[in-house]
Design a protein around this ligand. Structure first.
Ligand SMILES: *Cc1c(COP(=O)(O)O)cnc(C)c1O
Length: 413
C-alpha cells in the first residue's frame, strides 16, 4: 500500500489488506468453526504449514486473520496475532515464550491484572524483578545473565508514570534481549512503539483500538526488530522458514492453539470497524484530556493531577519527546483533604462511574477500593496510588460539557 495519511490508511485497511469478496469493504465474519477440504491432501498441507488456510477456528479464521493484518499495519509490524482479550494476548505471550529459570525485568507500575499474572509466572518458577521503568539505571541494575526480556507499559495507569521506551529499547538491543511493550494506553497515532525499539507490542484492542466498549480483544505484533536466532526458547519445530516469524509462530501454536484464548469472528468485525476512526477519536480524547487536566490542576478543590501533558509531571519531557501526538487520555486526581471520592463520583451527571478506559464516553473510578483493592496497601504505596485517587478516562464528548460536569460536581463540596 502506498504511503497515505493515518486515517486514510485505517479507513481503507480492510479493503486493501484483505481483499474481501464481491467488492465488500468489510471482511465477512463467518461463524464456521470447521473448514471443508474437498481434496484431503490440502488439509494435510495446511496442517503442515505448506499451504495457507484455516482448519479449525480456535487457531485461525477469516475475520480474525483480517483484523490481525489491520493491527499489523497499524503498528507497522511484520506480523500479528489476535486474542480474545488483552489479558489473553499477555498471558499467551508470556506462557509461550518463557520457562522456569528465566528472568524478566518488569515495570513495577502495571495494570493490576497484569501484575497479578506476573505473580502467577513467579509461582511457576520464572524470576521477576519489578523495577522503576522511569529510571533506566534500575533496569541495568536488575539485569542478570538469565534475563530474557524487559516488559513495560507505555504510560502506567492510574498514576501515569511514563517509561523511557527509547532508552530501554537501546539497552535491550545492546543486551540482545526482548523488549515487550504494552501499548494499550497510547496506540498509534499517539505513540510508535516500533520506532522506540519494542520487539513485541502487546495491546488490548478492547480499549482505544475498538473504542466503543462493545467488544473485547487483544493482539501481539512483532515489530521485526528482534533477531529470534538470539532467543533460546524457540522450539525446533518453530525454527523454520522466515526467522522474523519464529516468535509469533510459537505464540500462535502454544498460546493461541494450545491455550485457546481465541477472538470470536463477530468481535473481530466490531473491532475492525472501531479501528477505522482511531485517527479521529484518539487525538480528540487526548486533546480533551489536556483541557480537563489543566482545568482540574487550577481548581482549588483538587490537590493533585497526574497527567503527562502537564509541565510539572515528573516525566513530562520524556512524554513530550517520545509521543508523536498528544499525551494519552488517562488522568488521575487527588481531591483536597476531606472530599470523599465516592460522594464526589455520585455527583457527576454526564461522566460514567465504570471500570474501563479508552472509551468514547468519559469514565471515572475510585482506584484504591476497586481495581487495586486486591494489591493491598503496601503495593499501592509502591505504585504511588493514594487511597482517595480517582482515575478518569477522558472520552470524545464536547469538552465544555465534560468540564461543566466536573465543575458542578466540585461545587457541591
Ligand atoms: C485493559 C488493559 C489490559 C487488559 O485488556 P482486556 O482486553 O481487558 O483483557 C491490559 N493492559 C492494559 C494496560 C490495560 O489497560
Amino acid at each position: 500500500m502506498k504511503q497515505t495519511g493515518f486515517t486514510t490508511t485505517q479507513v481503507h485497511a480492510d479493503r486493501k489488506c484483505n481483499s474481501p469478496q464481491d467488492g465488500a469493504v468489510h471482511t465477512a465474519s463467518t461463524n464456521s468453526v470447521l473448514f471443508e477440504y474437498k481434496d484431503a491432501q490440502s488439509i494435510v498441507d495446511v496442517f503442515q504449514g505448506k499451504k495457507a488456510g484455516h482448519v479449525y477456528s480456535r487457531s485461525s479464521s477469516g475475520a480474525v486473520t483480517a483484523l490481525a493484518n489491520q493491527v499489523n499495519l497499524l503498528e507497522k509490524g511484520v506480523g500479528a496475532v489476535c486474542f480474545a482479550t488483552g489479558m489473553g494476548a499477555l498471558s499467551s505471550t508470556f506462557f509461550s515464550l518463557f520457562k522456569s529459570g528465566d528472568h524478566l525485568i518488569v515495570s513495577q507500575y502495571l495494570f493490576g491484572n497484569t501484575r497479578s499474572l506476573m505473580n502467577t509466572l513467579a509461582d511457576m518458577g520464572i524470576q521477576i524483578s519489578f523495577v522503576d521503568v522511569t529510571a533506566l539505571q534500575s533496569i541495568k541494575e536488575a539485569y542478570q545473565p538469565n534475563t530474557r526480556a524487559v516488559f513495560t507499559e507505555t504510560v502506567a495507569n492510574p498514576v501515569t508514570q511514563v517509561a523511557d521506551i527509547q532508552a530501554i529499547g537501546r539497552y535491550c538491543k545492546e543486551r540482545q534481549i526482548l523488549l515487550l511493550v504494552d501499548n494499550t494506553m497510547t496506540p498509534p497515532p499517539v505513540f510508535n512503539a516500533q520506532k522506540a525499539g519494542a520487539s513485541l507490542i502487546i495491546c488490548s484492542l478492547t480499549k482505544y483500538v475498538g473504542g466503543h466498549g462493545n467488544a473485547l480483544g487483544g493482539a501481539v505484533i512483532d515489530t521485526g526488530q528482534f533477531d529470534w536466532r538470539q532467543f533460546d526458547n524457540i522450539k525446533p519445530a518453530y525454527q523454520v522458514d522466515d526467522v522474523s516469524q519464529w516468535g509469533l509462530t510459537q505464540i500462535k501454536k502454544k498460546g493461541l492453539r494450545d491455550m485457546g484464548a481465541t477472538l470470536a469472528p463477530e468481535a473481530a468485525h466490531k473491532l475492525a470497524v472501531g479501528m477505522e476512526t482511531m485517527g479521529l477519536r484518539i487525538p480528540r480524547s487526548c486533546e480533551n484530556a489536556k483541557h480537563l487536566a489543566t482545568f482540574l490542576d487550577n481548581h482549588p478543590k483538587v490537590d493533585r493531577v497526574y497527567y503527562p501533558g502537564l509541565a510539572d509531571h515528573p516525566q513530562h519531557f520524556i512524554a513530550r519527546e517520545q509521543m508523536e501526538s498528544g499525551y494519552g487520555a488517562i488522568l488521575s486526581v487527588d481531591l483536597v483533604n476531606k472530599i470523599d471520592p465516592i460522594a464526589f463520583l455520585n455527583q457527576l451527571e454526564l461522566v460514567i462511574c465504570a471500570t474501563h478506559l479508552g472509551d468514547n464516553r468519559t469514565l471515572a473510578l475510585p482506584v484504591a477500593s476497586t481495581i487495586f483493592h486486591e494489591s493491598g496497601e503496601q503495593e499501592r504505596q509502591k505504585m504511588g496510588i493514594s487511597d482517595t485517587m480517582i482515575r478518569i478516562s477522558v472520552g470524545i464528548e464536547d469538552i465544555d460539557d465534560i468540564i461543566a460536569d466536573f465543575a458542578q460536581a466540585l461545587d457541591a463540596f
